[in-house]
Ligand binder design. Structure first.
Ligand SMILES: NC(=O)c1ccc[n+]([C@@H]2O[C@H](COP(=O)([O-])OP(=O)(O)OC[C@H]3O[C@@H](n4cnc5c(N)ncnc54)[C@H](OP(=O)(O)O)[C@@H]3O)[C@@H](O)[C@H]2O)c1
Length: 331
């Protein structure tokens, strides 16, 4: 397993991070034995970052991760999140403190390594997401206070929402990490996309994070499974899922993913999933790539894929061709 600096935090994290979210769902809907085995195997493979949130399975992800950690006592880092409801924006410090206390109880920990804002970041109040002004003036100071109380070690955000607002948040001092959506169907965080590319333009947010010393945790590296090229979901996975920032729906993402089969036909990778993980891990800005798993086999495949290193230039040429096709034909 490769380890990379998590920005300027001093922590070195495994290139493969364990996503305890709802999409793969192993940590939420797996049996207790399956969950413990998955965490144990991840640790054997060298994974040292586990990502959860109160929202995942309505607290079950945190509870189940806590059970597995108590059973196995591995030396790993745990990150969780806080999602603020609109009504909580009037008392941000109180809402964050209450959410963190509940997370610590479910996880069975006295402190988390990382607490991240789960909400999208937007420019102005009134829409979905938390305004960037609130992030900087209320969320970050509240997290800093909790760090001073010893309840968390690092603080971060989710780099979703409106691009300018996300970029402004990253440029302000104080953030240790950002969760960045980056995959073969939504590459704009790391790559300049062709005009008309049919996805949100994150305008190189990976480079921006790196410039500010913010550690990047990649999310949606497999576009929630669409990059497997099949509409069918694993029985333990969430039955339906909305894309984040890529296509208008999961079926469109799957159709675009199938255009990337050329990478397999030409022998650049054994599967598009493998190619997608190697792509997501390649940037210097990336510290760890989270993968949501429905099975142990998916976890093993992710570790093996990342061990193969970045895609070769000839494969990236094919990818760029596919992106031009998405921009001009939609697929
Ligand atoms: N901060 C945020 O707002 C945010 C948002 C999203 C995710 N995250 C974090 O990122 C983590 C991972 O992201 P994600 O769960 O959204 O999605 P993801 O990792 O992009 O995709 C996970 C899905 O990919 C498929 N997959 C995985 N390995 C595979 C393999 N070897 N072969 C074929 N298919 C494979 C599985 O689909 P099937 O189950 O259908 O087989 C799995 O459910 C989450 O657990 C969470 O920790 C954070």
């Amino acid at each position: 397993m490769e380890y990379r600096d998590l920005g300027r935090t001093g922590l070195a994290v495994s290139l493969l991070g364990f996503g305890c979210g709802n999409v793969g769902g192993l940590l939420i809907r797996g049996t207790p034995a399956e969950r413990e085995r998955a965490v144990a195997r991840a640790v054997e493979l060298g994974v040292n970052y586990f990502d959860t949130a109160p929202l995942y399975g309505d607290g079950r992800s945190e509870e189940h991760l806590g059970q597995a950690l108590r059973a196995l006592r591995p030396a790993v880092y745990v990150g969780t999140k806080v999602r603020l409801a609109p009504a909580e924006l009037g008392d941000v410090p109180g809402a964050i403190a209450r959410s963190l206390e509940a997370s610590l109880r479910r996880l069975g920990l006295e402190r988390v390594d990382l607490l991240q804002l789960h909400n999208a970041i937007v420019a102005a109040p009134g829409g979905r997401g938390v305004p960037v002004g609130t992030v900087l003036e209320a969320v970050v100071p509240a997290l800093v206070r909790l760090r001073e109380q010893g309840k968390l070690r690092l603080l971060g955000v989710t780099a979703l929402g409106e691009t300018d607002a996300v970029q402004r948040a990253l440029a302000a001092r104080g953030l240790d990490t950002a969760q960045v959506c980056y995959n073969l169907l939504e590459p704009s965080a790391g790559v300049a996309v062709p005009p008309g590319f049919p996805a949100q333009d994150f305008a190189g947010v990976l480079g921006r994070a790196r410039a500010h010393g913010v550690g990047v945790i990649v999310i949606r590296a497999l576009a929630a499974g669409a990059l497997s090229g099949t509409l069918e979901r694993h029985p333990v996975a969430v039955p339906t899922v909305e894309p984040i920032a890529s296509g208008p729906d999961y079926a469109t993402d799957v159709a675009r993913a199938r255009r990337l089969d050329v990478l397999v036909r030409e022998g650049h990778a054994a599967s598009v999933v493998e190619a997608a993980l190697r792509f997501a891990a390649a940037g210097e800005a990336v510290s760890t790539v989270l993968v949501g798993c429905s099975s142990l086999a998916q976890l093993e495949a992710a570790a093996a894929a990342l061990a193969r290193g970045p895609l070769p230039p000839a494969a990236l040429d094919r990818v760029a061709e596919a992106w031009r096709g998405f921009a001009t034909r939609g697929c």
